[in-house]
Design a protein around this ligand. Sequence first.
Ligand code: SF4
Ligand code: SF4
Ligand SMILES: [Zn+2]
Length: 559
Amino acid sequence: MKAPYLGRIDLYWCQNCNVPVLAKKCCACEKATEKISITPPGDVRPAFAHDIEVINQAAEEGFGVPLIRDERIVLLNSVPGFDRFDEIIVDGAVAGALRFDVEKLHLEFMPRLEGAARIWTAGASKGFVEVAEDAAKYILDGKSVLMPGVVGFDRGLQAGQEVIVTAGGRVIAVGKTRFSGEQAASTDKGMFVKVRKRAGTGDNRIPAGGQSRETLLAANKGVIQSFESEALAFIKKTIDAHKLPVVVSFSGGKDSLATLLLVRKIIEPKVLFIDTGIEFPETLAYVEKIAREFDLDLITAEAGDRFWKGMDVFGMSGRDYRWCCKVSKLGPVAKVMAESYPEGFLNFIGQRRYESEIRAKSGRIWRNSWLPRQLCASPIQNWTALHIWLYIFREEAEANPLYEQGLERIGCWVCPSSSLAETYSFRELHPEMWQRFENALFSQGFTADEVKFGFWRWRSLPNGQRSLMDDLGVEPCNRRQRPSPGESDTVRVENLASVLGGEVTDDISLRASLCLGCGVCLAHCGQGAIEFQGGKVWVGEGCLGCGKCHVRCPIVKYL
Ligand code: SF4
Ligand code: SF4
Ligand SMILES: [Zn+2]
């Protein structure tokens, strides 16, 4: 998968202070910083204690020693790929990557030379192949590791394992084995290691550790101040330009926390939290705590159990079948708007360009076509995750504890956009909740293997997932088909049909009978003609018969 370029990557390193800096000059020592080459989009974030633990566990599993052995600032750079793939940045260089192996279902450490040198110096006891000095020069010249040049190796190596290649006591390359250590012991022919990176001329100097969050903040003081000033000016200008009530969306995640901190420096806003009914319990407790401590004017838009009910109607949602966002997020907001903000509101949202191509293109002020009266604005559109974290650290604000527990994305816990690695983190954290979800997937017809390898996250599998399924020998299940309206709600069918041209179509029957009462249609009626009777849609006085509510109903759109 090609890594998209979504914005400038201003990641530098102060070699003097040994910390990352988001500018060309370090504010702590005034020295010039050095640019770091990382894979786009470059939305780097700090590694927390749990992340370091996970990195070290993976390094120990592969090489017998940890990668990070003392306190220092470590960054993670999430690279778009098949599943979780994070570059690990230490001491101003990419030391390697943490990759979730979707077949073996575990995290693997892939060293780059900088990481390999650290691991070798620390006394790696496994995961290595040693070659003779005269073979080393061919490898450094671009060849792979052939058996005749090999003088030593870890007998426990598996085929396809990440290894460090050494010669004369130094690291000369890193790569992947083509066959196992056992097989290597009984042959003197063939390519043992396919080399991925070879050593250059750089030294393997390891700078002193001991850098704290304070050093990091001091080095980035200027850049954070200037990003803050720019965002505050934007917020002020946007509020002045659109005379609308101001609402900040707060999801409990870091981006919305930074947005909330910024907006509160200009105005005391209303704060909107969408309780989708599939929030992490930690998030619910955290939002409540922040609301109390900040004395927020909090509005909670609640979806109740609509996600679970929606599963009965639509089947499981997927990356290519996202009814869940409409039913569990947009619907509850549409209800709040219809009740309290018929003229709409100015909604500050923590959206950033580095998150996705769609977000990079959306600009800083936009309208959501599903909620036409919501004017959205993002003060942090051009911030990377590191800007956000530095701002939160500087403001000494408390972030959602889930970040410290190794989660990167704090959203609905059953989200089909989750990586497989994230689903495994979640099931470790809340096994009983995961069990409920698994049972729901089984009742949709998914097999145990489809659940295990995450194939439930698509309605129609993309090519890569299809190949994985073939490689694993997993059979696709017969997923549930479109439901029938069941017992037809004739009075409601007539009500909808009477305003939508008189004819009773399939769409009208389905909408009338299967309505979830989600509220999405409310956002599209400028006449205030939609009501709810018995929790289901009813078109009342004032309807013009325009049909706008009908085409946007998730039941009409997705079934
Ligand atoms: S009719 Fe309205 S409330 Fe019912 S499912 Fe459709 S959009 Fe939701
Ligand atoms: S048909 Fe048009 S006017 Fe009537 S309820 Fe739907 S959106 Fe409102
Ligand atoms: Zn410095």
